[in-house]
Design a protein. Sequence first.
Length: 162
Amino acid sequence: MRSKTMLLDETVQELVGVNTLRRVQQLVRTCARALADSHGATIVLLDGDQCFYADEDAISPLWRGQRFPVSECISGWAMMNRCAAVIPDIRIDERIPQLAYRPTFVRSLVMVPIRKSAPLGAIGAYWAVPHRATAEQTALLSALAEAAGTALERILTAAAWW
């Protein structure tokens, strides 16, 4: 069984050669869920003043394909504040839009910005039970987010060039 560090290293190496947004999304969501030992993971892309929930790997559907105002979702909070949001209980955190989360399996989460210096999106991991993301889980997801940011920037720049 490979370690989480090995999984992260392998994913980062694969991201270096990826040339499609879809493949970045697949790699990131799958790796994020494994790194966090979570019940779900998502990749959110910043689209103007909207958070676009681009892809997910979860035990049941969440928000794939939906858009929410940056100011009204936890992924937007992580991007605007350029830091991770660790939420052990979604029911008591005022940053969580309760109407969106209460009907889902999500009880705990961590959300990290993709590219802290100038966020392009966020990566989230979710648990169906109360859970506080560990410092290691948060650090691994943050490292994945930085690598994803590099890949996304390269792909977006190439798309804009042509």
